[in-house]
Write a protein that binds this ligand. Structure first.
Ligand SMILES: Nc1ncnc2c1ncn2[C@@H]1O[C@H](COP(=O)(O)OP(=O)(O)OP(=O)(O)O)[C@@H](O)[C@H]1O
Ligand SMILES: [Mg+2]
Length: 355
């Protein structure tokens, strides 16, 4: 079959799509976008995207990054509205287009209800009882498992050769199940964060140290900190968990030795645009960057969902937990990944001045 002309593809694309010019204005919208935004192409052309659409994500920043890196960017779970309609939760895909380095294509995929239940309301709504149940089960299974592992270890003392291999297998596999259960328990822990003014570098140090002696021993970890960064308002344990998970993913992604860079900096311009028009400033930036193979493209859209994993032994709960914690801290997480360069960026608010 021959490829139809671009205009036909553009018009039949079932996903709302916007072509954005170098001044962040709408150059073109497709019929799906007209329908979704409830606005005609004529009324949108030439309008500033930032002013015309209320998108709960730092769009200027996103566009700048797409232009600078010439790479596409995914932003999950943002509220999109034109101000006249109720906000709809969407996934955004922003990509450079064609020869012109400054033109951008933005796809807005409204999330299906079922899909949305997967994450945002998972902890809040009916799914909470399912998690509660899993958590209870996890707790109950852990004790007998410890007994099994202990018994296998006792048995192994008198064994050698193949028999020893078998008892080792029992011990290893029970450990793996215990780990999985611990993650389920942790995910089910819906304790709201106990927020205090905390220095993000103390948290990063803690996470880096345990990475360096454990799962990240094969990695070179570079710290690139802005020491003048003010404190954030957060739960130190939960934030440590966030960075541990990100460091762990980075370490696990790289097959052999690799480099992880932890970069902190201040970005005054970064605000989350809320659907109600208000803004939340999230100027503290922490980037965890690795030089591994990048996010597998088939799951790139859903890695923040629970149980989505690209690893053989992964439970897929790590990033779901990260995104839950960050959203409870009024922060934002974004992802930028190409082979050889994967960056998770966490943006957090500054703690109010203590009086
Ligand atoms: N830095 C990274 N580089 C490449 N792929 C990554 C990176 N971080 C995450 N991923 C991909 O995203 C998937 C989901 O990550 P997530 O942390 O949610 O789950 P997991 O690591 O598979 O399991 P768990 O964290 O629960 O042990 C991973 O399996 C991996 O495929
Ligand atoms: Mg993980």
């Amino acid at each position: 079959m021959n490829l139809p002309p671009p205009g036909i593809i553009w018009n039949s694309l079932p996903i709302p799509a916007l072509l954005i010019d170098e001044t962040d204005r709408v150059a073109e919208v497709n019929p799906a976008a007209e329908l979704f935004l409830n606005l005609s192409a004529r009324s949108l052309r030439g309008q500033s995207v930032l002013e015309r659409l209320a998108i709960a994500a730092p769009l200027e920043e996103i566009f700048a990054r797409v232009r600078n890196n010439r790479a596409s960017l995914f932003v999950n779970d943002v509220d999109v509205t034109t101000g006249e309609k109720a906000p709809v939760q969407c996934n955004l895909q922003v990509a450079p287009i064609g020869e012109d380095p400054n033109s951008i294509l933005m796809l807005i995929s409204p999330r299906e209800i079922a899909d949305r239940l997967g994450r945002a309301s998972m902890v809040k709504s009916a799914a909470r009882s399912a998690i509660g149940m899993a958590e209870m089960l996890a707790h109950e299974i852990k004790n007998p498992l410890a007994g099994i592992a202990g018994a296998a270890q006792l048995l192994s003392m008198g064994l050698s050769g193949e028999d020893l291999e078998l008892t080792d297998l029992i011990v290893d596999e029970t450990r793996r199940i215990v780990k999985l259960l611990e993650q389920v328990e942790q995910f089910g822990n819906v304790r709201p964060p106990e927020k205090k003014s905390v220095n993000i570098h103390d948290i990063l140090d803690r996470a880096r140290k345990s990475a360096a002696v454990g799962f990240g021993a094969h990695m070179t970890i570079i710290e690139d900190y802005d020491p003048s960064l003010p404190s954030t308002l957060g739960d130190a344990d939960q934030l440590t968990q966030v960075f541990l998970n990100l460091l762990k993913n980075a370490a696990e992604a790289s097959k052999g030795a690799g480099t992880i860079r932890i970069h902190t900096f201040y970005d005054y311009s970064l605000r989350l645009r809320r659907a109600d028009g208000g803004g939340q400033s999230v100027p503290l930036q922490v980037e965890i960057m690795d030089d591994g193979p990048g996010i597998p493209p088939d799951i790139a859209n859903s890695i923040f969902e629970p149980f989505v994993s690209g690893r053989e032994n992964g439970t897929g709960l790590g990033l779901a937990l990260v995104s839950k914690i960050i959203s409870e801290h009024d922060g934002w997480i974004s992802l930028d990944s190409v082979p050889g360069r994967t960056v998770f960026r966490v943006s957090l608010p500054v703690a109010p001045k203590e009086t």
